[in-house]
Ligand binder design. Structure first.
Ligand SMILES: Cc1ncc(COP(=O)(O)O)c(C=O)c1O
Length: 394
């Protein structure tokens, strides 16, 4: 027997090429150079805004002896989240069904652990956020991949989802606005999805739950609007992270909200709490919990993100690239002018432009840009994109 458990070895295998890419020291060093135009991950490239930092500093000041005590879901924090959710969405979330998490990584891990047994299946849509499969395997379930409808702007392929449901299906992960496609699923699609899940639950004799990963639900571009899939299917978990809205993924803060009419509400409430404790007290640190009421009032600078998106979409199209215009999120999908997306990422790299190759997120032949790259990077990158496509087309 080796040092690592079979389950851990399986998880590492699933993460595969992403592990390699994410730990490439030479690449990381090249990306840190001042000349680098870094579009790889959704990381901030501007210093955190003063009002964000001030809110954390205020929240660090003890309000009493329990300020830094073991805290599960701080009442003032969940009350402020509950108010915000009820104002935005037509779902009467109860404050006691809101669980604070360390972002959607943890929200998903807790929800999956709570729901699945070995052999259960969890459906996810491809191209996915690159950790879904890993998190499903880590929870002991079997991932079932359903391709998005590429002929219709990466919409949900409802027929394929219906066909993928088996008696072992326990949950489906839906991510809208979608990373990497930027697609926001329309109400008609969500209504149809709810019917499919309801019928699938009836057929299999147990409830199929919807895990609605809404990391980007506040990053929506004009003229699009977002409605939560949880408003269409009561048996949903709404998962949110402040990482994207406040461009602070290192702060590890989010929440999971369970709908008031979810099947098994009482059991789930207790089980989610146990899930958080057994995952290693997976609650946000005290300072973040105390800051939530102030953080809830902060908004991303959509006009800035939209301007960067527009510059990249229009300029790259003029240069001859095929580009998918996102409706939300801060990602832009681009088709690699050569089949080998890794090779093309290397060509771009010689011009100090760093992108995420599509092979990392099940879209070989494409690459993804994050418009969290600052304005200066976006401007400086444009000649690099032009030279790279000219070089490979010559
Ligand atoms: C779709 C999606 N879900 C979940 C996450 C993880 O969020 P967090 O880092 O806040 O846990 C990300 C981060 O990139 C994401 O894009």
């Amino acid at each position: 027997m080796g040092a690592v458990s079979k389950q851990t070895a399986d998880i590492m295998r699933v993460l595969g090429s992403f592990r390699e890419f994410g730990t490439d020291d030479e690449l990381s060093e090249a990306m840190r150079r001042p000349e680098a135009c870094d579009f790889v991950y959704g990381n901030p490239h501007d210093v955190a805004p003063k009002d964000y930092v001030d809110a954390l500093v205020r929240a660090a000041q003890p309000t009493g002896s329990s300020h830094y005590a073991y805290t599960m879901d701080l009442p003032a924090a969940v009350a402020s989240i509950g108010e915000d959710l009820r104002a935005r969405f037509p779902v009467a979330f109860h404050d006691h069904d809101i669980h604070l998490t360390n972002g959607n990584f943890v929200g998903l891990a807790i929800a999956l652990r709570t729901l699945v047994d070995p052999g259960d299946e969890v459906i996810f849509v491809s191209p996915p956020w690159f950790f879904y499969e890993t998190l499903i395997v880590a929870a002991g379930a079997t991932p079932v991949r359903v391709l998005a409808d590429r002929d219709h702007d990466f919409d949900l392929d409802l027929g394929a989802i219906e066909a993928a449901i088996t008696p072992r299906t326990r949950a489906i992960i839906v991510n809208s606005p979608n990373n990497p496609s930027g697609r926001i699923y329309r109400p008609e699609q969500l209504t149809a999805l709810a019917t499919i899940l309801e019928e699938g639950s009836t057929r299999s004799g147990h409830r199929i739950y919807l895990l609605s990963d809404e990391a980007y639900n506040r990053i929506v571009f004009e003229p699009h609007t977002f409605t939560t899939p949880a408003a269409y299917y009561p048996h949903s978990f709404l998962l949110y992270t402040y990482a994207k809205t406040l461009l602070s993924p290192g702060s590890r803060l989010g929440y999971l909200a369970v709908g008031p009419d979810i099947e098994g509400a009482d059991d789930l409430r207790a089980a989610l709490q146990i899930g958080q404790i057994t995952l290693g007290w997976a609650y946000p640190v005290s300072i973040l919990q105390h800051a939530i009421p102030e953080l809830n009032a902060m908004r991303p600078d959509i006009p800035v993100l939209q301007r960067r998106r527009d510059t990249l979409v229009s300029t790259l199209r003029e240069q001859g690239y095929e580009v998918v215009e996102p409706q939300g999120t801060f990602y832009v999908l681009v088709r690699s002018p050569i089949e080998d997306d890794r090779r093309f990422a290397e060509v771009l790299r010689t011009h100090d432009v760093f992108v995420l190759p599509g092979g990392m997120f099940e879209m070989p032949g494409w690459f993804r840009l994050s418009v969290t790259a600052n304005d200066d990077m976006v401007e400086r990158s444009l000649p690099g994109f032009a030279k790279a496509i000219a070089e490979v087309s010559a």
